[in-house]
Design a protein around this ligand. Structure first.
Ligand SMILES: *Cc1c(COP(=O)(O)O)cnc(C)c1O
Length: 413
């Protein structure tokens, strides 16, 4: 689905003219298309229909309550990595019994909360974490459902910062230690083993590493069954990559077909944890040009959005497509870096783009639905931008722009 459309030379997103939103809500502004969220979720449901999976949306990609509420209404579960994300899911009306709790450093308080509200399971990443969950559950007189996150030592072939399935990464239990860890878990009285999972990385375009990782998990599933430990679910981790630039569109159906073939005849229920691919291309960051700075060796388009609003270019050298909202016929294009006002050389949104813009123009930074607002900070005492949901020509504010007094309200003078 393409949410973007030029009409009368003005860029529309899910039927709403972007200048209308800039005028009403100001810039920088995150805009999400509810239609695109629905389409993305349903594309997973359809592709994986043979396995009837529980699709646990990875909250860290975009945790706005309205996004969570929308996915909950579509039947999603949630993948969380903190007690804060759990509270978000509950505040949005999500069902705790469909929540998977991931992450390498769960605190005692977080484990207590998750047990009390009844999450579906803990994805456990180490032996000491197994012991901690067992102890907390014992104190509460409960039994904790657990799955082990196995590190299959498969190269996801993605950016090193978003690759998580190699031996040298901090995530998961090493493949060679997996059976020992399951036996350890089986011996702990307040744990109940329910599953196995892996998550080898994000923004995968070539999906063969995902299939390879699942094949490795299934070896363990069979070994466990032989020892009398029969799992209830197999969790294949995060979703596929999205198109930011000129990447090939990952073949979701081919991946789903491979998963269906590998799981055929097995009793386990399929669980998955997509984040980026459910929200990434459902969002745009709308920003206004402050200045066009023409230099001797380099040109800069200085905009009012910055690395605090969209950290991915600075953090991962990530590419985001940028579109002129109301293109000019009479302005010459220049090759320029698109940069924000923050005092860091790393503060850029894009490098070397052909843009025909003047001060006051609007630019649409695409693919900003995932890991954008959720990674935003207040660096340089910048307030976090407002968020708007659009749907078929209608729009509504879903997060007010922060105010300066919000920023220092907890400081003690
Ligand atoms: C971040 C994360 C995800 C989501 O990954 P995407 O690539 O955004 O789909 C899923 N599971 C875990 C454990 C994660 O940390």
């Amino acid at each position: 689905m393409n949410s973007y459309q030029y009409s009368n030379n003005v860029l529309h997103f899910d039927g709403v003219a972007l200048p209308t939103l800039a005028q009403e809500y100001g810039t920088p502004l995150y805009v999400y298309s509810e239609t695109a969220l629905t389409t993305a979720f349903q594309s997973y449901e359809q592709a994986f229909a043979a396995n009837q999976p529980l699709i646990c949306y990875a909250v860290k990609a975009n945790g706005n309550l309205n996004v969570l509420k929308h996915f909950a209404a579509l039947g999603a579960g949630f993948d969380i990595v903190s007690g804060g994300e759990l509270q978000r899911v509950l505040a949005a009306g999500g069902d705790a019994s469909k929540v998977i709790f991931s992450g390498v450093g769960k605190s005692i308080d977080e484990i207590q909360l998750a047990l009390q509200v009844g999450v579906k399971c803990f994805n456990v990443e180490s032996l000491p974490e197994l012991d901690r969950i067992n102890a907390v559950a014992a104190e509460l007189g409960m039994t904790a459902p657990i799955s082990l996150r196995i590190n299959p030592d498969v190269d996801a072939q993605t950016h090193p910062y978003i690759s998580t399935g190699l031996k040298e990464n901090k995530f998961g239990i090493a493949f060679v230690d997996a059976m020992g860890a399951y036996r350890h878990a089986a011996a702990l009285p307040n744990l109940r083993i329910v599953g196995i999972d892996c998550h080898i990385g994000s923004q995968l375009i070539d999906l063969s590493p995902l299939a390879e990782a699942l094949e490795r998990l299934l070896v363990l599933v069979d070994q466990l069954a032989a020892e009398g430990i029969v799992l209830q679910h197999i969790d294949i981790g995060g979703g596929v990559g999205i198109v930011y630039n000129d990447e090939a569109q990952p073949d979701l159906q081919a991946y789903a077909d491979t998963v269906a073939r590998l799981l055929a005849g097995r009793p386990q229920h399929l669980v998955m944890e997509p984040g980026r691919s459910l929200v990434g291309n459902a969002g745009v960051l709308l920003t206004q040009v402050e200045f066009v700075k023409v230099g001797e060796s380099k040109n800069f388009v200085i905009v009012d959005a910055a690395m605090n609003d969209l950290m991915r270019p600075a953090l991962y050298q990530a590419y985001h497509a940028i579109a002129e909202v109301a293109p000019h016929a009479d302005v010459p294009a220049v090759l320029a870096d698109v940069v924000g006002p923050i005092c860091e050389t790393g503060d850029f949104l894009a490098k070397d783009r052909e843009l025909a813009v003047v001060a006051g123009d609007l630019l649409a930074v695409k693919s900003a639905g995932a890991y954008a607002a959720s990674m935003a900070s207040n660096y340089n005492t910048r307030t976090r931008a407002a968020e708007v949901m659009v749907k078929a020509g209608a729009h509504r504010l879903i997060r007010r722009r922060e105010t300066l007094s919000d920023l220092w309200k907890d400081e003690i003078l």
